[in-house]
Design a protein around this ligand. Sequence first.
Ligand SMILES: Nc1ncnc2c1ncn2[C@@H]1O[C@H](COP(=O)(O)OP(=O)(O)O)[C@@H](O)[C@H]1O
Ligand SMILES: [Mg+2]
Length: 453
Amino acid sequence: MQGNDDEFKKITEDLYKKNLDLFNANRQFSLLQELYQIIVSTLTFGDIANKFINTIIGDLDFYAGAVFFKIRDKEILSLYGVSTQKPNVLTESLGKSAQKDIPITEINNIVIKAFKEQKVQTGNSLKDVLLPFISSVDVDILSNATSVKSMVVFPISFGTQPLGAFVVFLRQVVTDLSEFEYAILGRCATVFGVAIDRLMIYQSLQDANQKLIDLDKQKDEFLSMAAHELRAPMTAIKGYISMIVEGDTGEIPEKARGYLADAGSVTDRLIRLVNNMLNVSRIEEGRLVYQVEQVNLSTVAQSVFNQFRPEAERKQLEYKLEIPQALRDKVEVDPDRVQEVVGNLVSNAIKYTEKGFVKIILSQASDQAVRFEVADSGPGISAEEQSKLFGKFYRAESSVGKTTGTGLGLYISKLLVEKFSGKIGLTSEVGKGSIFWVELPLVVAGQKPQTSA
Ligand SMILES: Nc1ncnc2c1ncn2[C@@H]1O[C@H](COP(=O)(O)OP(=O)(O)O)[C@@H](O)[C@H]1O
Ligand SMILES: [Mg+2]
């Protein structure tokens, strides 16, 4: 019978042990799971430290815990988190402590030692951990008031980079810590390392991002200022040129007239460019004032068409404007802005087309909309680039270096067209020219003009 009893006892012990292993594995799994959950939802060092140490101390039922990190280039470890779920004299005085740093030179402190040597350290006097950042007298008082018997300090690192350490305060002596507890604290230290590393990357990305935002703003301000300063003198030049051309200064030789006309259209181009630059920030910030009224789109098209004739002729392009009879084309827009849009499309077509034609064609898009198209026999644009064309500062690969431009024209045109509830787009194929089009809603009969928006 004795034999059977022994065997039975052995089986029960075995089972019990297996059961305990399973139980511990389960505990470990769920603790690590909790920690990973914290990682993905936490974005500051203080938060990570507090949540981690509370979870660890709570789950494993230790007396208390504290977390120290070395962040940035200072030669100190700073207290970033203290367990608070089960408050006691120790956690309270740690939480209240004004001084939170331990200099790396304090080699008697086991937090520093664990950090520097990257090895687990143990101690049995609170002084091993709390000196010098809590005074010797206060540590003595604390020691009497708590039931802490020992401490274990686990280093936190990522790869070969030491990042900090965390302390577990125990009610028992260190040797009473079970193998399981020891192992799981080691795992927690590893997860800690991953968390901190992730946060450091996140923070440096944020810093870099903030710098970019600042730079972007400076660039916008500079652009706006430069454009503003350029506009007045250019308008003056244009004024003088047209006065001379119109004969205000007397008869001028035919040749000079030709040069002056060229100078005039170049100045127009400059003014357009500067206006685009100025308008970008105004539109983006909602500062642009619109003078909305009812106009016939064909009037605007005719005026733009005339304005660009000299440039088209200079490039010896076939240049045409087609307006069908009985076109309904009354739209409610800011005519100056729509003139800018049509101007941008026509000037692009002329600029990018070396030979062949540029045609402006108006048509009835539907019962409710009028459409104008600018068709050219230029280089065309690949499908891939078409989608980016209306983005800020975008210029097609084939244009960069060959022609000058800001890449703002189409971006602004799109903003303006959408402001007037219209649509803008293009069809194009490399080598086969492009058609840029805009559709604007027609004024419904009987509709009263609105005041400017
Ligand atoms: N008619 C066109 N034919 C070919 N490419 C064009 C045409 N219109 C525009 N593009 C391309 O689209 C880009 C963006 O145009 P835009 O915003 O007006 O800027 P910019 O003319 O100052 O470069 C141009 O750089 C050019 O590469
Ligand atoms: Mg352009």
